[in-house]
Ligand binder design. Structure first.
Ligand code: LRH
Ligand code: MN
Length: 424
């Protein structure tokens, strides 16, 4: 299904007056409105290829119909999102769930939808029918050198796919760990993992990055070999400048101060990027900003502060990706909501009066400092996010247009009700 610019224009016409009134009011509340709008226009969030179908849990999966059956249809779906919000300009592939058969054709199709290929994701947490060795007891940590060799070869194969597609980064998430005390020698598991990562690191092209994603638990429930920011940092510090830590918001122990972790990794120039989502209990992979919007704002507040302190380019110098799983919502509507929530948190962080905040902090004026941050969080910046879309040819209200065009009904018409997308 293709959404035409005429669909966007007629949708925006109906909403323009109300939008302009809100924009005028918002601009009267926030100083650097124009600069914020430009930064929002430049900010692109990569969409995970594995989150375009219905996700599930071990207790069940309720497919919604019209799911993409191939990498081509996944690119079309991300193209739909990008047409609606002009803020989803990249797709992040997961191998072997999305092995490109014809690089040239896939690149041409992505270009047709103004999409780039963001980080490639390897998968050494599932056995493939063709696999000689099992990852039951881990991959890069495995006591068996042949298993580690297989996992290293897979990651190098993923890099090769990425080079052909124009990607410039590899995300490694390791399910490796143990379920019971005594099962694993932590020191040997660390050494095996480091040596294996070094072989993968050596296979990286000069202009590539390796993102090492940490996770506190699941699928292992006693120890995880890359369990937190500190362990990931210790690996990427040893690997070299091309290796950095990836922060998946759902991968922390309860009450972890993620914004402080972000601040430190940025200071150490070891923050590679994000997997945005939200959660209340575990790795729930829910819509970004749906449960803890203030935490998402605080994370962007540290990002703006830390990136400006290093003179970094907000749009280009970090990996901005969503990693979510849609068990009960239309995957495309859920992704539109996640992009919106991320844009709102970024705009709020850009509206913080940094000079006044610094002054309050230097004077230990705690109340003043709090008031400055809470004022930014309580300021409605949605008109700025919508204006950025309007100026870049997208829809003022993407979810509303998605529904009024009955996109899901059309996709079911094209693909059928029972289609299942590859992924989790
Ligand atoms: C692990 C994870 C990782 C992906 C997977 C789909 O929980 O966050 O980023 O490989 O989800
Ligand atoms: Mn993730």
């Amino acid at each position: 299904m293709i959404i035409g610019s005429n669909n966007i224009e007629s949708h925006n016409e109906g909403l323009l007056k109300k939008h302009q009134n809100k924009l005028v009011f918002t601009a009267s509340e926030i100083d650097n409105t124009e600069a914020i709008i430009q930064k929002l226009i430049d900010f692109q969030i990569a969409i995970p290829s594995w989150a375009l179908g219905t996700g599930g849990t071990r207790f069940g999966r309720f497919a919604g119909g019209g799911e993409p059956r191939s990498i081509e249809e996944k690119i079309e779906d991300v193209g739909l999102l990008h047409k609606l919000n002009n803020a989803s300009g990249a797709i992040s592939l997961h191998i072997p769930w999305d092995i490109p058969q014809d690089y040239k054709a896939i690149k041409a199709l992505a270009a047709q939808h103004n999409l780039k290929f963001d980080a490639m994701n390897s998968n050494t947490f599932q056995d493939q029918a063709s696999s000689e060795h099992t990852y039951k007891y881990g991959s890069l940590q495995n006591v068996n050198k042949a298993v580690r060799k297989q996992a290293i070869a897979h990651n190098i194969e993923v890099i090769k796919h990425g080079i052909e597609l124009g990607s410039q980064s590899l995300t490694i998430w390791l399910a490796d760990g143990s379920n019971f005390p005594g099962q694993l020698n932590f020191r040997k598991a660390y050494q095996n993992t480091l040596e294996s990562l070094e072989e993968i690191y050596d296979a990286l092209p000069a202009d590539w990055k390796l993102f090492l994603e940490y996770k506190c638990a699941e699928p292992n429930f006693y120890s995880t070999t890359v369990a937190d920011w500190g362990q990931s940092y210790s690996y990427v510090k040893k690997l070299g400048d091309k290796a950095q830590t990836l922060v998946d918001l759902g991968h922390h122990l309860p009450n972890a101060n993620i914004e402080q972790i972000v601040s430190l990794l940025l200071m150490e120039n070891k923050l590679g990027g994000f997997h945005f989502n939200d959660s209340k209990y575990g790795d729930d992979d829910l819509t970004a900003g749906a449960l803890k919007p203030f935490q998402l704002f605080l994370i962007f507040n540290e990002l703006v502060e830390g990136m400006d302190a290093r003179g970094m380019n907000h749009a280009k110098d970090l990996g901005w990706m969503i990693d979510a799983s849609h068990n009960i919502k239309d995957p495309l509507e859920d992704l539109l909501q996640s992009v919106e929530a991320i844009m709102i948190a970024y705009a709020q962080a850009l509206s913080v009066d940094r000079k006044a905040l610094e002054k309050a902090q230097e004077e230990n004026d705690v109340v003043k400092a709090q008031e400055i941050l809470q004022n930014a969080f309580r300021t409605d910046v949605r008109a700025l996010v919508a204006e950025a879309r309007l100026r870049s040819g997208a829809a003022l209200n993407p979810v509303e247009l998605y529904r009024s065009l009955s996109v899901r009904k059309n996709l079911i018409g094209e693909r059928g009700l029972k289609t299942l997308a590859t992924g989790l």
